[in-house]
Design a binder for this molecule. Structure first.
Ligand SMILES: [Zn+2]
Ligand SMILES: [Zn+2]
Length: 277
């Protein structure tokens, strides 16, 4: 496979998608002088889908990495972009939807990935059991249908349909299949049928671009960025180490070199295991 040389002024990355993600990612990369090549010849659904037609065997990060490496292989470009979303309940109360978007850039020449994560409650991720059409208007409102997609049924069920794009078609399909019993309905999380998700992918792209533009002072690789801080800030009252940050850290994802900045601030006793157990 031909690879680009180390020319810093020529950065081209490939993205595999059939779900319109190129439009959400390309502008942020263009802002730092990167060109994003769209490759729609490969069906990424074969790597796993949200609707469970193909089980996702590997983790979130592995899935994004597989797509990014594949993009390099199929395009022959040095850089490949991988995107992967996951959805569930919020990690605190479990009472609202929660989205996690990962966008990463694989450098096939130096064999490392730069990652950008975006997390938040901005998602319509939800599912319902529909007993009769009376409940439909409320569901459409919560799902954002028809701007956002709704999937009827589960893979393998007679009612399964994920390409209903207007209310008349949805109603007709539901009416036909409700005769056989209650139906499962869920929000379509595929990017091209979910503008809320697309907006979060665009935010992840902005974070990735920012990281790619930051160069490691040690090895010159792209992606130098802040990682989790070290805990241990002293308690204001008793001086014992707390779980509050005492050192900010930055790390290079390529050579692993770190830079640290000690924080002088003491922590409030409310974070102290001795003063406030
Ligand atoms: Zn480095
Ligand atoms: Zn204390």
């Amino acid at each position: 496979m031909p690879r680009e040389g180390g020319n810093m002024t020529e950065r081209r990355a490939a993205l595999l998608t059939r779900h319109g993600k190129h439009a959400a990612i390309a502008p942020a990369l263009a802002g730092i002088g990167w060109d994003l090549t769209l490759m729609d010849s490969f069906d990424t659904d074969s790597l796993g889908t949200f609707t469970g037609e193909v089980a996702r065997a590997c983790s979130h990060r592995d899935a994004a990495l597989t797509k990014a490496k594949l993009a390099c292989e199929l395009s022959g470009l040095r850089y490949g972009i991988g995107s992967e979303g996951s959805f569930g309940a919020d990690p605190w109360l479990g009472s609202c939807g929660w989205a996690t978007e990962l966008l990463l850039c694989w450098d096939a020449e130096r064999q490392y990935a730069v990652e950008a994560w975006m997390r938040g409650p901005e998602t319509n991720f939800r599912h319902w059991t529909l007993h009769d059409l009376a409940a439909l208007p409320d569901i459409m409102l919560q799902a954002g249908f028809p701007t956002h997609g709704l999937i009827v049924g589960r893979p393998g069920e007679a009612a399964f349909h994920k390409a209903l794009t207007d209310e008349a078609a949805l109603r007709a399909h539901l009416a036909r299949h409700l005769a056989g019993g209650p139906l499962h309905l869920e929000c379509d999380m595929r990017a091209h049928r979910n503008p809320t998700r697309m907006a979060m992918i665009a935010r992840a792209a902005a974070a990735l671009a920012e990281r790619l533009a930051s160069v490691c002072p040690g090895c010159g690789a792209s992606g130098f960025g802040e990682i989790a801080p070290l805990a241990g800030a002293p308690c204001q009252d008793c001086g014992a180490p707390t779980r509050q940050a005492c050192v900010r850290r930055w790390q290079c994802p390529c050579c692993q070199a770190t830079r640290e900045q000690p924080l002088r601030a003491a922590a409030s006793p409310q974070y102290c295991d001795y003063c406030n157990p």
